[in-house]
Design a protein around this ligand. Structure first.
Ligand code: FES
Length: 166
């Protein structure tokens, strides 16, 4: 499923209205497009190339160089499981498996309702609280498999605050 063309068109116009069309704006424009749609739709990349007057290949090349950009539609929420050494030792693999089961997707995937994307990430710098999971900007430390459902539900309800320091 993709975003309808007319929605992309409106969104792109809104993004472009914030920039002057200079080549040096390429990365901020790509970031703004991703903020708007949650990923970089193919049509949008073509329009970005036209807006800053560079070949499409340059836009694609830049976008693919940086890990921050996505090329397929993402979930409204991103769940990240830290798989750094400390978290691995404290049960990150089991936590990831539980999330894959609960969400019905594999790591790197997105649920069919586009509610959640699931990712493995490297150390997020909170090793003391291992194992660590993030739901959007919420950092959840000392995470346990039995709390997976509860944490996802809390995020859906908008009840999200960092849960470190237990
Ligand atoms: S290894 Fe997970 S926070 Fe450092």
């Amino acid at each position: 499923m993709c975003i309808p063309a007319e929605t992309t068109e409106r969104g792109i116009e809104e993004v472009f209205s914030r920039f002057t069309g200079k080549r040096k704006e390429l990365i901020p424009i790509l970031q703004a497009v991703q903020d708007m749609f949650g990923y970089l739709p193919e049509d949008a990349l073509k329009q970005v190339a036209g807006f800053i007057s560079v070949p499409e290949s340059r836009v694609y090349g830049t976008a693919t160089f940086y890990g921050q950009f996505y090329f397929t539609r993402r979930g409204r929420h991103t769940v990240k499981v830290c798989c750094g050494t400390a978290c691995h030792v404290k049960g990150a693999p089991q936590l990831l498996e539980a999330l894959e089961r609960e969400l019905g997707i594999e790591s790197g995937g997105t649920t069919s309702d586009f509610e959640y994307s699931l990712e493995r990430v490297a150390c997020v710098g909170s090793c003391t609280f291992a194992p660590v999971m993030l739901v959007d900007d919420t950092v959840i430390g000392h995470m346990e498999v039995r709390r997976v459902k509860e944490c996802l539900a809390a995020q859906k309800d908008g009840n999200h605050s960092n849960q470190l320091g237990e």
